[in-house]
Write a protein that binds this ligand. Structure first.
Ligand SMILES: *Cc1c(COP(=O)(O)O)cnc(C)c1O
Length: 380
C-alpha cells in the first residue's frame, strides 16, 4: 500500500530488545516469559515486534484471536502461541493447521474442541483458564473440581497449562486473594498428580513486583508480559523498580503555517480563540489516526524540542498547534507527538493522562492506516 502522509509510527526495535533483556534479568530464571502481542502488539506491529522478541529469548507468545496467531506464524514465529480468547468463531481447524494453543474457559468450549480433535484423530493442547476474581473469562474457582472431573474425560484434549488473570494493580490485598484462589486450584491438581506443564497468573505488574519475593507454595513457572515490553508503565510506582525505554514514537511534520491576528478562532466550533497575534501550524494528524478528539486544547507536541499546545478541535485528518513560541519554524519541520525530541519527551502515559485514559488505549487506538518505520539503534 502506498502511504504518502508524513505522519509515521516509529518502532525502535533496539529499545524493545533492551526492555526484554532488562525484564529477563529482573524476573527469576525459573519463570519463563510469554510475550503478550495481542491487538497488533499493543499497536506496535506484531509482525515487527514478535520476531525480535523470539530472537531475544521469549518462550511463548500470546495473542487475542486465531487470526492474530496466524499472522504471527506467517511472520516466522515458531514458539508456542496461546490464543487468549480461545478459538471464538474462527474455526478450530485453524488451530491444528497453524499449531495454535487455545485458552479454554468452560466445558462447552472444551467439549466442542474435543470433538473436532477426535474427528481429526489428533490431540490438541490447551491451557485452561480459572476465574479467580476478574469475573471475565474462566471457570469460577468454586466450580473447578467438577469442571476438572469432566475435563479429564475428554481424551483428545491435553491440558498443557493453567492460568488466571489479575484484576488489580492498586489493591494488593485483592491480588493476594486471587493468588490464593489460584494456588488452591494448583494444589488440587498437584495432589492428583495433574499439575500441567505451564502455570501462569502474573501480568506485567505482578511479574515485576513479585520478582524479589519468595512466593511460597506458588508454583507458577510462567509470566505474561505486555505493556512493559513496549517500554511503558502500567502504574507509576513501577518506575522506581525498573527502567524501560519507550519503543513507539509518533511523528509528523508541519504541512501549513499561518499568522493570525488576536481574536481569531481556530477549527470547528471555535473552541479556541487566539489571545494574541499567533503562529498556527497545521499537522496531518487527526482522530482518524487515533489522536482522539478529547485531546483538543489539552495535548502538546514537540517542535524544535519545545512544547507547542494543540489548539482548537482536533479534526478527522488534521489538527492545529500554536507555534507562536516555537522560534523559527517552517513547513516540513518535524513534530513529535509521542516520543523524544531535544531534551524533552512526551510519553504515552502523559498523553493518556491528558485524554483521561491509559497508555494501553493510546497505543491500541493508533490507526493501522499510519505508516510504520523501524529504527534499530536507540538515540542517545
Ligand atoms: C493483556 C493481557 C496480559 C498483559 O497485561 P499487561 O498489563 O500488559 O502486562 C496478560 N494476560 C492476559 C490474559 C491479557 O489479556
Amino acid at each position: 500500500m502506498l502511504r504518502t502522509s508524513p505522519t509515521v509510527v516509529e518502532i525502535d526495535l533496539s529499545a524493545l530488545r533492551s526492555n526484554f533483556l532488562e525484564l529477563r534479568q529482573k524476573i527469576k530464571p525459573s519463570l519463563s516469559i510469554l510475550a503478550v502481542v495481542k491487538s497488533d502488539a499493543y499497536g506496535h506491529k506484531a509482525s515487527l515486534v514478535a520476531p525480535v522478541l523470539q530472537e531475544a529469548g521469549v518462550d511463548l507468545f500470546g495473542v487475542g484471536t486465531v487470526d492474530e496467531g496466524i499472522r504471527l506464524r506467517e511472520a516466522g514465529i515458531k514458539k508456542p502461541i496461546l490464543i487468549l480468547m480461545g478459538p471464538l468463531e474462527a474455526g478450530p481447524e485453524l488451530l491444528f493447521e497453524y499449531h495454535l494453543t487455545p485458552v479454554v474457559e468452560n466445558l462447552e468450549v472444551a467439549r466442542s474442541l474435543n470433538k473436532v480433535a477426535e474427528k481429526k484423530g489428533q490431540k490438541l493442547s490447551v491451557h485452561l483458564k480459572v476465574d479467580t476474581g476478574m469475573t471475565r473469562l474462566g471457570v469460577p474457582c468454586r466450580e473447578w473440581d467438577s469442571f476438572w472431573n469432566d475435563f479429564k474425560k475428554l481424551n483428545f484434549l491435553q491440558c498443557e497449562g493453567i492460568l488466571s488473570h489479575l484484576a488489580e494493580a492498586g489493591d494488593l490485598d485483592y491480588t493476594d486473594f486471587q493468588r490464593k484462589n489460584f494456588q488452591s486450584v494448583l494444589q488440587a491438581l498437584a495432589k492428583s498428580g495433574d499439575l500441567p506443564r505451564w502455570r501462569h497468573l502474573a501480568n506485567s505488574v505482578e511479574a515485576i513486583e513479585g520478582a524479589g519475593e519468595d512466593r511460597v507454595n506458588h508454583p507458577s513457572n510462567l509470566v505474561r508480559l505486555g505493556l512493559v515490553l513496549y517500554g511503558a508503565y502500567p502504574i507509576p510506582r513501577l518506575k522506581t523498580k525498573i527502567s524501560l525505554k519507550p519503543v513507539l514514537s509518533l511523528k509528523t511534520k508541519i504541512i501549513s503555517l499561518k499568522k493570525v491576528p488576536t481574536g481569531t478562532s481556530i477549527s470547528y466550533n471555535r473552541t479556541f480563540k487566539a489571545g494574541r497575534e499567533s503562529l498556527i501550524g497545521v499537522l496531518p494528524l487527526g482522530y482518524a489516526d487515533g489522536y482522539t478528539r478529547i485531546l483538543s486544547n489539552k495535548a502538546s507536541v514537540l517542535v524544535h524540542g519545545k512544547r507547542a499546545p494543540v489548539v482548537g478541535t482536533i479534526c478527522m485528518d488534521l489538527c492545529m498547534v500554536d507555534l507562536t513560541e516555537a522560534g523559527t519554524v517552517s513547513v516540513g519541520d518535524e513534530v513529535v507527538v509521542i516520543g523524544q525530541q531535544g531534551s524533552d519527551e512526551i510519553r504515552a502515559d502523559e498523553l493518556a493522562a491528558w485524554a483521561g485514559t491509559i497508555s494501553y488505549e493510546i497505543f491500541c487506538s493508533l490507526s493501522p492506516r499510519l505508516r510504520s518505520v523501524t529504527r534499530i539503534n536507540s538515540p542517545k
